[in-house]
Design a protein around this ligand. Structure first.
Ligand code: KG4
Ligand code: ZN
Length: 349
C-alpha cells in the first residue's frame, strides 16, 4: 500500500510517499520539501496569506518530484494523507484541498492527519526507531508538551506550556538579539561561542512539581538584560544567547526527567523543531544514559515540518486499524485541535 502525505500547516510545503505492508514499519519511498523561511524572513515571521499562496505554487511540483524519485506513478497511490490541523487555516486548506482533489480524481480515499501526531511518530522513520510505550517531549514552534504514548492514537497529556512554546521562546529571544526568523537555529549557533552561566535568567515552573512549562517570562528577562547591557550588548550577544538557551534547555530537561520518573518508562522520544537543538540533545542524552533510559530522535532533517511524517502517521494509523480513510471529499480543517482528543474521538470512516 502506498500512502501519499501532504503537509502544509505552516511555512513548509512537504510531500512524501511511504510504502506500508500489513505488518512492520512503513518505509519512506521518497520525500520533497520546500521551506518558505526565506520568503517570510523579510517580515520577521510567517505571513499567513503569503504562506497559503506559496503552498499552492509548490505542492504539485513537489509531488511530481516525489514520484520521479520513487519511480512510482500517481496512480500507484492507495491513500492520500494530509495535515488536517492544527495550523494556519488557509495553509491547511491548500493541503486538504489538493489531497481531496487527488483522491477524488484517482478514486482513492483520503485521511486527515494530526500534525503533532506526525511529529510524534517521525522517529519511526529513523534507522533506530523506538518501541511503544514511551514518553514524548514535543517541542515545536507552536507546542511544548510531554505525553505518555502507549501506541498509535493512544496519547496521554502529562504536561504542557501554559503560555509560549519552547520554539517561540527561542524565536522571540533571538528576535530581541537581532537574529533572523526563525531564530531558534540562529540563537543556538550564536550560543556555541557564549558562556551559558554569564547571565542569570529565570527557569519558570522549574520547581512547580508538575510537568507544565511557562516560557513567556523568559523573553521579558532577556529584553531586560539586553536593555541593561546597552552598548555592551553587541559584544555580549553570544553570552546572552548561551544563557537563554541554557534556561530553556534546563527546564525541558528537568520536566522530561520528571515525566520519566512519574511514568516509570525507560524510553524518551523527542520530536518537533526544537528537537534539533544540539545542547538539548547532549543534555538529554547524558541525563537519560545515567538512568538507563533510551532517547530517540527523528533524523535531523525530519525534526522540522515535512511530508514524510504525515505520510508515516497516516500509514501507521491505517496499519493499526484505528482509522479508516474516507471517500467523502468534502473536507474541513482543524486549525485548533488538541492531540489528546484523538483518543476520545476516532475519525469517522
Ligand atoms: O516543528 P517545527 O518545524 O514547526 C512547528 O510545528 O512549529 O518547529 C519550528 C521551531 C521554530 O521555533 C525554530 O526556531 C525551532 O523549531 N528550531 C530550533 C532549532 N531548529 C529549529 N530551536 C532551537 N534550536 C534549533 N537547532
Ligand atoms: Zn510542526
Amino acid at each position: 500500500m502506498f500512502v501519499l502525505g501532504i503537509e502544509s500547516s505552516c511555512d513548509e510545503t512537504g510531500v512524501a510517499l511511504v510504502e506500508a505492508g500489513e505488518r512492520g514499519l512503513p518505509r519512506l519511498a521518497a520525500h520533497a520539501l520546500h521551506s518558505q523561511i526565506a520568503m517570510h524572513q523579510a517580515y520577521g515571521g510567517v505571513v499567513p496569506e503569503l504562506a497559503s499562496r506559496d503552498h499552492i505554487r509548490r505542492v504539485l511540483p513537489l509531488a511530481e518530484s516525489v514520484f520521479a524519485q520513487a519511480g512510482q506513478r500517481l496512480s500507484d497511490v492507495d491513500v492520500v494523507a494530509y495535515t488536517r490541523g492544527p495550523g494556519l487555516a488557509g495553509a491547511l486548506l491548500v493541503g486538504a484541498g489538493v489531497a481531496c482533489a487527488l483522491g477524488a480524481a484517482l478514486g482513492r480515499p483520503v485521511l486527515g492527519v494530526h500534525h503533532l501526531e506526525g511529529h510524534l511518530l517521525s522517529p519511526f522513520l529513523s534507522a533506530d526507531p523506538p518501541e511503544f510505550p514511551f514518553v514524548a517531549l514535543l517541542v515545536s514552534g507552536g507546542h511544548t508538551q510531554l505525553m505518555r504514548v502507549d501506541g498509535v492514537g493512544r496519547y496521554e497529556l502529562l504536561g504542557e506550556t501554559i503560555d509560549d512554546a519552547a520554539g517561540e521562546a527561542f524565536d522571540k529571544s533571538a528576535k530581541l538579539l537581532g537574529l533572523p526568523y526563525p531564530g531558534g537555529p540562529w540563537l543556538a549557533k550564536l550560543a556555541e561561542a557564549g558562556d551559558p552561566a554569564a547571565f542569570k535568567l529565570p527557569r519558570p515552573l522549574l520547581h512547580s512539581g508538575d510537568l507544565d512549562f511557562s516560557f513567556a517570562g523568559l523573553k521579558t528577562a532577556v529584553l531586560t538584560q539586553a536593555k541593561k547591557l546597552g552598548d555592551e550588548l553587541a559584544s555580549r550577544k553570544s553570552d546572552l544567547a548561551a544563557s537563554t538557551q541554557a534556561a530553556i534547555v534546563e527546564v525541558l530537561l528537568k520536566k522530561s526527567i520528571g515525566a520519566i520518573e512519574q511514568t516509570g518508562l525507560d524510553r524518551l522520544v523527542v520530536a518537533g523543531g526544537v528537537g534539533a537543538n544540539r545542547s538539548l540533545r547532549e543534555q538529554l542524552d547524558a541525563a537519560c544514559a545515567r538512568r538507563g533510559v533510551r532517547v530517540h530522535y527523528p533524523e535531523l532533517h525530519l525534526c522540522t515540518d515535512n511530508g514524510a511524517m504525515i505520510a508515516m502517521a497516516g500509514a501507521m494509523r491505517l496499519q493499526s486499524g484505528i482509522q479508516r480513510p474516507t471517500e467523502r471529499y468534502a473536507f474541513d480543517v482543524k486549525p485548533r485541535w488538541p492531540l489528546a482528543s484523538l483518543n476520545a474521538e476516532p475519525e469517522p470512516a
